[in-house]
Design a protein around this ligand. Sequence first.
Ligand code: SF4
Ligand code: SF4
Length: 546
Amino acid sequence: MEATRANDTGQTVGGSLMERSNFASEIPIFEIPGGVHPEEHKTRSNQADIRTLSLPDELIINIKGQAGNRSIPVVEVGDTVLKGQMIAECDGIFSSYQHAPTSGTIVAIEDRTIAHPSGLSDQCIIIQPDGKDKWCQLTPVRDFDQLSREEMLATIFESGIVGLGGASFPAHIKLKRESGIHTLIINAAECEPYITCDDRLLREHSREVLKGAEVISKLYSDIDIVVGIEDNKPSAIDALVSARKELGFSNIKIAVVPTKYPSGGEKQLIQIITGKEVPHGKLPADLGLVMHNVGTCFAIYETFYLGKPLIQRLVTLTGDACKEPGNYWVPFGTPVSHIINQTHAESPKRIIMGGPMMGYELPSTEVGIVKATNCIIMSAEGELGFDNPTLPCIRCGACMDACPASLLPQQLYWHAQADEFDKAEEYDLFDCIECGACAYVCPSHIPLVQYYRYAKSSIKNNRIEKTKAEKARQRHEARQERLERVKREKAERHRKAAEARKKAAQKAGKKDEKKAAVQAALERVKAKKKAQENKDDNKPATGEEK
Ligand code: SF4
Ligand code: SF4
């Protein structure tokens, strides 16, 4: 998806320029290939202080609202819960715990439409707020110096903290590797148009963000901290500098990077700050780096200092149809329809979850906010450029120039379109970060990223099917082998039984022979005896008788 499209000459259209910071970066900055400069659309939401919304009538908690497996509900319909109480436990370490965003009653655990471009349904826990917003017992662990590394990671895990930059990857997994890690990068680049939640969080809560970063730093024996921030956030940079001074965190460096999309991509920011590319198939940790978003640092601060699990996040509510744009604390599960009402949006044409470059259009307004939701754009007619007709590719190569991953988007497009997935993989499809820079510059308005997503999901599905087929083949072969073995064992048993019978018969036969021989011998002895007796009877009488 690309919302703020280039016009036919590749220039951005509409909007205003943002103020730039003249704070000099405290570390050298490197270039990345490609990238684009879309209209920023940030000033409409970054001017007002952070606000809160009223609670909705129901919260729809999607238990698959993070990376990894669905969480497993630990509550039942009819249960009452307190704010912060665990309502679903994780299923595997890549999954996440879920906690009640407010106090109330569990009124249903059922399938509802979830935040996904397909309009899929999945299991959700529905909470009816009681209006009291009463917290459960909270147990801060401010003396985290006393905790072991494992205990600190468990605290982060059990608080349901995931990366709040958009991927929702469990935070404790990224922090697991200790050896060789020398730099923690705090990602405050927030390069997508419209989104300003990180900017606003830093302006108002820089101290807490840095304290969260300090907690993370305690997981390592010796680590440098670098905050990477785009130069279109001068107030946030000032706030960071003041907070650092106030806290005395002199080990934190601020890297101010030129505004260019997608500087905030993990691999891109690493390249800008270190000059190093994360090699294909490797992780930032392989370069000794760990990166966390400012929102994640804030969540870690709240967990350790206040004992609060992750139950809400800062969300940018914006778009031309939104009459009260700004950044709001939104409890997870808040239906988008409630957000539309609360910000007095006027007949939004389209609702986008996420930014205009990487986000997606919501199929329904009755979906709940999840941990990955950093922005809701309520667009007005014609605002996002969706209605431009798609034209044939003219092989202009603009997409290639814009790609920050140095890919060949046009080739990827051809192969994805022709279902030539092997070839798409040969062109490093999986190195595509789906930033949408290529689609943004495409004069033919080809929705390139949709083709890449289609190809990636097809390849993943094919792999799953292949694995399933392989497992079925192995099961079939194992069954055949078992049947053969049973047959062989049965035949062997029969053979052994027959042999035993034969032996027994032979044994019995020999016994009879012996018996017969004995009998014959006895008969012979008997006959001999009888013959002797007869002989004696026929002898003449001896002397006395004479
Ligand atoms: S996909 Fe678009 S940008 Fe890329 S070569 Fe074709 S027309 Fe040009
Ligand atoms: S090919 Fe992927 S990484 Fe390259 S510009 Fe397009 S979406 Fe971004």
